[in-house]
Every structure is written in C-alpha cells, then in structure tokens.
Design a protein around this ligand. Structure first.
Ligand SMILES: [Zn+2]
Length: 190
C-alpha cells in the first residue's frame, strides 16, 4: 500500500518520513469561553488529509492521526495523574460510514481512562462548515447528554474553528453535573 500523505510505498498508513513531519506540528492552546482547548495539529498543515474525511480513506487517516497524537498524549497524561478520568466526544454520529470523533476517542482508551461513546449528541444536525460565527450562534447544536453525572471529563472534537460548538458542548456537560477538565481537538484553525 501507499503512504496516504506522500503516496510513496509504505507498509503503514503514513510512511516514517511523514510520521516524523506530521509529529513536528506542535500542540497549541486556546481558551474558548472558560474552556482550555488543546489542538495537536494546525488545520492548514494537514488540510489535505482532513479533506479525506468524507471519503473511504478518511477512516484510515483519522485513525492514524489519532494514534500519532491522542494516544501518546493520554499515555503521558495517565502517567502524571492516577485519577480516573472520562472522555466524551462531541456528536459521535455516523457519517460517511463511520463516526469521525469516535475514532479519536477510541485511541484514548487506557487504564483509568473511560471513553463514553455517543453520549453527547447534537439534536440539530446543521452543517457549520464554511458558516460564519453569527450563523453558528443563531443555530445551536442542542446537545443532549446521556452519560454519567458527577464525573471529570476531557471533551474531544476533531476540528476547532470559532469554538462555539465546544462552548455549547461544555455548557451542556456542566448542566449535567460534569466537570469539564479541558478540550482536545485534532486540528485547530488559526
Ligand atoms: Zn509519506
């Protein structure tokens, strides 16, 4: 098979060179509302890869990117903290054959880390892609949380643009007695 980034022959989804280059992308931090959000990649840096989202290749791309970012992050996180923590993905809804965010949260499963799949679902399936902030504010996602209460949660989404989705998601979790520790996203748009 071929590397999904440079298309050279490779046994892995991304060849060794591309793995190294992708990993050079540093983690960035933003604060939206009262929530700290960390992004592993700069959106522009991996834009071509993210465009595969709604193609059959998207499954492999998301899984491989999550293994390069979310997984090592959580391995480090659990070394530093022994507390039990939960993970909630934003709207783990199946589109184009798979739930994109669920691929990210799946890689976070480990000792002391419990992933609650598909527990924070949007009632409003409006597409925010390319929409301005005003439109996003006027069309909230109307999340419904059906997970455990009284827990500490890391909130996960694939892409952060304006931050309105994560602000709304965090506020719904808090209304349900959940403490949101921070947000994690695969890519951030600057
Ligand atoms: Zn490559």
């Amino acid at each position: 098979m071929r590397c999904l980034s440079c298309h050279k022959l490779s046994v892995e989804t991304f060849c060794e060179t591309c793995q190294t280059n992708l990993l050079q992308a540093s983690v960035s931090k933003r604060v939206v509302g009262t929530l700290e959000v960390y992004s592993f990649f700069n959106y522009q840096h991996i834009e071509d890869l993210l465009f595969t989202k709604h193609t059959p290749q998207g499954f492999k791309v998301y899984k491989a990117l999550a293994q390069l970012s979310f997984k090592p992050f959580m391995q480090k996180f659990t070394q530093e903290s022994q507390e039990k923590v939960y993970v909630v993905g934003v709207d783990e809804d199946v589109k184009s054959g798979y739930a994109h965010v669920a691929l990210l949260t799946h890689e976070m499963k480990m000792k002391n880390v419990k992933v609650q799949h598909a527990k924070l679902m949007a009632q409003n399936k409006v597409n925010y892609s390319g929409k301005k902030l005003q439109f996003r504010l006027e069309n909230p996602r109307d999340f419904v949380y059906t997970g455990k209460k009284g827990i500490e949660v890391i909130l996960v989404d694939d892409i952060i643009t304006t931050g309105t989705t994560l602000i709304e998601a965090a506020s719904v979790l808090r209304e349900n007695g959940v403490k949101v520790l921070f947000g994690l996203t695969l890519a951030g748009v600057n």
